[in-house]
Write a protein that binds this ligand. Sequence first.
Ligand SMILES: [Fe+2]
Ligand SMILES: [Fe+2]
Length: 402
Amino acid sequence: MKIGILGGTFNPFHRGHLSIVKNIKKEFGLKQIWIIPTYITVDKVFLIENISAQERYKIIKYTLKKLKINWIKLLNIEVKNHNVSYTYETLLKLKEKYPDNQFYFIMGEDRYQTFHTWYKYQEIQKLANIIVYRRFISGSYHNKFIDEKFIEFYDEIIYDISSTDILQNLRWDELLEPTKKYLAKRHFYLKTIVFNNLKFKRYQHSVSVASHAKRLAKNNRYRNLKQAYFAGLVHDLFKYHPRNYLIEYVSKNLKENEKLPPFPALHGYAASYWLENEYKLKDQKFLNAVKKHTTAAKKMTKLDKIVYVADKIASDRKGKKIGHERKQAYRNLNFTFAKLLKRQVEKLQDEGIKFEELDQNTKDAYLRYVLKLKSDKNIKKYYQNTKGDYENKWTSIKKINK
Ligand SMILES: [Fe+2]
Ligand SMILES: [Fe+2]
C-alpha cells in the first residue's frame, strides 16, 4: 500500500496541511496519509505558550473526526516518545511494522533545503521515497547536496500559509472549524497572539492585567479564574491596529443597538468581535468584559468590574496613589471600580470633553455606579471628603440626563 507521511509540529494544524496532503495523495496515487506530530517544537521561537505534544495530537484527532476524514491516519509514535525523534528512526520503526507498505515522506521545499543535515538522510531515502512540494513562488528549491535522482517534486504551489502567519497575523480563517472550536474552549494560543500583536511593554501590561484579574476574581469569590485571567490577557489585543482599520472592522461587526464607540474604546470592541467571530469564543461574559474595558457600561457584571479595575491597577500604571488603589481594589472591588470610573470621567472632563459628549455607556455607568452607590459606606465617606467639588460638578449632569 502506498502511504504518504507528513511530519511536523502542527502548531496548530491548519487548512494548508490538509490541502497539501489532499493534493499529493491524488497526484501520487497514495492510498492513505499518515500524519505524525513531533514531540518537540523547537523551531517556533515566537510561541510563548507551550501547547503540549499530547494537545497538538488531540487537536488534529478531534478535527479529523469531526470532518469525517478517514483517509488520514494520525500516529502518536513520536508524541509518546517524550524526546527528540529522528525521522530515520520513525521511518525504520514503521518499515519494520509494515514491511509491505511503500512510504512517501512529504516535506516542504523549506525543510528540504537542510535535508542533507538530517540524521542519516541517505538511509531515510532508502526507507521512503521523498516528495518535495513547493511553498514559494520564486527561487529554486533544489538542494545541491542531495542526489536528486530519487526525489520527486510536486511543482504546483499548493497553499502558501504557515502556522507562523496564522499566529502572527491573526489568520484564524486558515484554521478548520473544529480546530477553532477545540482551541477556543481551552483559550489556546491567546497568549501567543497577544505577544505577537503587541509591543513588548503592552504585552507586559496585558500579562499584569491578567494576573491582577485572576487575583481579584479569587478575592471576590468569582469562580472562573481562568476566564478572568484570559479576559485580562486579551483586552488590549487590538491596541496597535490602525485607526481606520478599527473603525471599519468595528462598524461592520456592530450588533443591533450598538453604536460606534469613541476612538479610545474601539480596540476593546475590535478584540471582542474578533474573539467572537474569528476565534469562535462563545463565552458572552468574557466577550463583554473585553468590550467594556474602556467605556464601562450601564450594567457591569463582576467580571466586567474585575477586568476594568485590573486594567487600571496593572504594574505599569504610575501615579502617587497607585499603591493605595491596588490595596483598595483587593479590599473593595465595587468601591474601587466606582472611584476609578469617577476619576476616568473627570480626566475626560479635564481634557475638555463635556459629559453629554461622553459615550452613552460611560454616562450610564457613571450615573448608576458613581452616583447611585452613595449608599455604600465607603463611597459615602469618599464623597463626604470631596463633597463641595463633586456637588458643583455633577448637579448639572443629573439634570442633563433626566
Ligand atoms: Fe485598553
Ligand atoms: Fe489595558
